[in-house]
Design a protein around this ligand. Structure first.
Ligand SMILES: Cc1ncc(COP(=O)(O)O)c(C=O)c1O
Length: 454
């Protein structure tokens, strides 16, 4: 790609987000690459946000941008939802850490139990990463087996046990710097959406469990549809293998009863976070009672899995979680967020057709995925998946320079897009969709001006 040396995008971006550029200089002296999450790294510098409300956040320069990060998926209700603000404010003056059991953890757990089919018993954690770590450790403990089967590209948090093969490039040897070969050898990687390959892998490796990311790779970049999930449930049950559905992002977001409710299946274990805690830190494992007994003192296994954790079920997260799940239970948040995302996918594809751009929008529920370097038919219906869901063609690395320029160009149009996939909340409106489509049209022009082949 012949990229212009004098970048118009960079010049405009530096002029528009001057204060962010200044703050970034401080960040660089503190954090690697100046950021506190890999995904927030942006060249020439990331934007800094002051506050957020509804579908928007305001940068330190005072620019209001439409937010498609949605708190990395957590903010299904939109930012600063009054019910969450009120609940957290009430709780913060009471106690942020009594170091004791408390009633809010009961209310929070009861809501999870009511909403999530697999939740016979629950244990709260601080994040999704901790929840998947707990799930595989319990699976190993109760089965006495070591191997875990996961799907290529699926992300389950950043702990050693599941980090390998969490992102492209895909191949026979996945590089996961800092993770030992022993850990990698215990992980069996299979192709997404392929039950035959999975069946053969289970028969060969006799794993402790199979873990699957909600509705597929990175929140549906490679979508897994309900039929596949039903097949996965049946196959693992037939082979007496524990099935963990990682609903850290799909949980409560796609449907009040999560993706498993939508698919009408009950996994053996479910990992949850994000929407669960209403925008505060929190996660949980919600699973079959006999499996969760691994955490109990004096269980039938004769050995207990230890689980401390200073902030487990902390009352602030519990207060936000209770407020959020009460709203989730009405069904409105997921319904509204899903509907606006569907409209956005359609509007963006209209822009891409009009501009004859090598881009396509697709996705399920409240996710909007953008595939670049796309050359194929334009979607006729919303269930369209590029390249007939050939996972090696849709889950592939994108030139980082293009990714940075793409994000900056959209920010210039007032849209903060989460790399190549955005999420909507119940607060996103049709006016937001219209502004986003306009921002995309402007971004394509700018990218072309800068020499990108878009
Ligand atoms: C499917 C999935 N599992 C696990 C995680 C890790 O959760 P956390 O970032 O809360 O550790 C994520 C985070 O994005 C996720 O999307």
């Amino acid at each position: 790609m012949a990229v212009a040396t004098e970048s118009r995008i960079r010049t405009l971006f530096a002029a528009r987000f001057q204060k962010s550029a200044e703050l970034y200089q401080r960040g660089l002296k503190l954090f690697p690459n100046g950021v506190t999450h890999d995904g927030r790294f942006l060249k020439p510098f990331p934007i800094y946000a002051n506050d957020a409300a509804g579908s928007r956040k305001t940068t330190v320069e005072g620019h209001s941008v439409i937010d498609y990060w949605c708190g990395h998926g957590a903010m299904l209700l939109g930012h600063s939802h009054p019910a969450i603000v009120e609940a957290v404010q009430r709780q913060v003056s009471r106690s942020t850490h009594p170091g004791a059991c408390h009633e809010l953890e009961l209310e929070w757990g009861e809501l999870v139990q009511q909403l999530v089919p697999s939740a016979e018993r629950i244990r709260f954690t601080n994040s999704g990463t901790e929840a998947t770590l707990m799930a595989i450790r319990i699976a190993r403990l109760v089965t006495g087996r070591n191997k875990i089967i996961k799907f290529a590209g699926h992300f389950h948090g950043w702990h050693d046990g599941l980090m390998p093969a969490a992102a492209p490039p895909h191949g026979s040897t996945y590089k996961t710097p800092g993770v030992t070969d022993g850990v990698k050898d215990d992980l069996i990687i299979v192709s997404p959406n392929n039950l035959d390959e999975l069946a053969a892998a289970i028969d060969e490796h006799q794993p402790a469990c199979v873990i699957h990311e909600g509705n597929g790779t990175h929140w549906g970049v490679v979508p897994a549809r309900a039929d596949f999930i039903r097949g996965l449930r049946e196959l693992t049950a037939d082979r007496n293998t524990i099935f963990i559905l990682d609903e850290v992002i799909t949980g409560f977001r796609v449907h009040p009863h999560s993706f498993q409710g939508f698919c009408e299946i009950v996994p053996d274990m479910t990992t949850l976070a994000k929407v669960l805690a209403g925008g505060l830190p929190g996660g949980c494992l919600a699973a079959r009672k006999d499996l969760m007994d691994a955490l109990a003192f004096e269980n039938s296994l004769g050995q207990k899995m230890k689980h401390p954790g200073t902030y487990n079920a902390n009352p602030l997260s519990a207060s936000a979680g209770v407020a959020a799940l009460k709203l989730v239970a009405t069904g409105e948040p997921s319904k509204t967020a899903n509907a606006v995302a569907e409209t956005l996918r359609r509007e963006l594809n209209t822009v891409f057709t009009d501009k004859d751009a090598k881009l396509v929008a697709y996705g399920d529920f409240s996710a909007v995925k953008i595939l670049s370097n796309y050359e194929g038919p334009r979607p006729a219906t919303d269930d369209f998946i590029p390249y007939d869901n050939d996972w090696r063609r849709i889950d592939c690395p994108v030139d980082p320079e293009f990714t940075h320029a793409f994000r900056c160009a959209l920010l210039l149009g007032g849209v903060d897009w989460m790399n190549w996939g955005g999420s909507t909340s119940q607060a996103h409106s049709l006016a937001d969709v219209g502004q986003t489509a306009t921002a995309y049209a402007g971004a394509i022009d700018l990218l072309r001006e800068d020499g990108f082949d878009v």
